[in-house]
Design a protein around this ligand. Structure first.
Ligand code: ATP
Length: 238
């Protein structure tokens, strides 16, 4: 059994902020087609894990593999061509650009306009909230609609692996359910997803499996059904 069976594999990943240790020996695997969540309270190291995978933070120990390739030292811009899409915390849209221009930023610049248009039609079907607003300035959309645009931008380039950092932050309860249903639909379409979330209940309702991180270390892992019954998870969230 080679590395290729895994879409994403973190082996004993450690990182520091200055001299302060943050992640300590974090190991995590995501199989092809799987939707796994990484749960944790405030300050647990969730965004730090996202940044480590995204090439935004040097590792002081361990390795990160994606589809069999060692990406531990690769920078962010080298990851999209390898089929990895990112949804960073806080959406990060360009408010003065239109919705379609923002989505276009997630598409290979060398790709033809025809291919983009075809992809845009397919992706728009997933997002009824923004389908009729493609020409509107992104900054004039509601927070929930902007979250949909950030997700559309991440999937327009057909990533094989999607890494999402706390996408539910700032979404209304009604929109959270709709948003997560779209995430599940993207996963059913074949994209493997690491969903980093504080909203454990909703994340576990769509994920196959998950991990719990506290103070920079993984303290529990298992199938979603197992984690819902896990004492630590229940104490923290449910
Ligand atoms: P939240 O849900 O609150 O965003 P998180 O699990 O994503 O939490 P991280 O952002 O990974 O948490 O932060 C983990 C810890 O590292 C926190 O204690 C935070 O204060 C600290 N930290 C984050 N960024 C830096 C930095 N650039 N320099 C120093 N410490 C940092």
């Amino acid at each position: 059994m080679g590395e290729t069976k895994f879409m994403l594999k973190l082996d004993s990943v450690s990182t520091n902020y200055g001299v302060v240790a943050m992640l300590r020996d974090v190991s995590l695997t995501l199989q092809q087609g799987e939707l796994t969540c990484l749960l944790g309270p405030n300050g647990a190291g969730k965004t730090t894990t996202f940044r480590a995978i995204a090439g935004l933070l040097p590792l002081v120990g361990g390795k990160i593999h994606v589809m069999g390739a060692d990406i531990s030292t690769l920078r962010t811009e080298a990851l999209a061509p390898r089929g990895i899409g990112f949804v960073p915390e806080g959406r990060r849209l360009f408010p003065d650009l239109s919705v379609v221009e923002n989505i276009r930023l997630g598409f290979d610049a060398s790709g033809s306009m025809d291919v983009f248009s075809t992809r845009l039609m397919a992706v728009s079907e997933l997002f009824p909230h923004i389908k009729g607003k493609l020409r509107q300035q992104a900054g004039t959309l509601s927070g929930g609609e902007q979250a949909m645009v950030a997700l559309a931008r991440a999937v327009i380039g057909t990533p094989k692996l999607l890494i999402m950092d706390e996408p539910s932050l700032g979404l209304s309860p009604k929109l959270i359910d709709e948003y997560f249903e779209i995430v599940a639909e993207i996963n059913r379409g074949g994209t493997s997803i690491l969903l980093i979330e504080q909203n454990a209940e909703t994340a576990l309702s769509i994920a196959h499996s998950g991990y719990l991180i506290i103070k920079g270390s993984i303290v529990a892992k298992g199938s979603s059904a197992e984690l819902i019954e896990n004492d630590l998870v229940r104490k923290l969230y449910l």
